[in-house]
Ligand binder design. Structure first.
Ligand code: TYC
Length: 105
């Protein structure tokens, strides 16, 4: 804020309520080329799913087009996206992984 004498000051807005940081859904998108086994491995290794859960999630993505691999803070979600994308590319697979914010309560 600028005073009449031309000096600038800073105002502080106080809030007593705290808000929990947003959570982000890491989504897997379907494609025609990434092998099912690779997607199952990704879900087990990077998203700590059991073999059984990993298969269920992979098949749901295969049939519905997309699905949630896990829900994390923004930093962790973005790291998972980067790690899985780089692993997939290193194998020559086009697997798409994205993070999207959950709705605020
Ligand atoms: N549709 C792929 C196939 O038939 C398998 C697949 C599942 C790929 C999930 C990506 O996110 C994915 N080989």
């Amino acid at each position: 804020m600028t005073r009449r004498d031309g000096e600038s000051t800073t105002q502080t807005l106080e809030r007593t309520q705290t808000r929990r940081p947003r959570l982000y859904r890491v989504m897997l998108l379907n494609d025609d080329y990434t092998p099912m086994e690779f997607v199952v491995m990704v879900l087990a290794r990077y998203f700590r799913k059991s073999e059984q859960d990993a298969r269920m999630i992979m098949l749901a993505v295969h049939h519905k087009g997309r699905g949630v691999a896990g829900v994390y803070s923004r930093d962790v979600a973005e790291t998972k996206v980067a790690q899985v994308t780089s692993h997939a590319r290193s194998e020559g697979y086009p697997l798409q992984v994205v993070a999207e914010p959950e709705a605020e309560e």
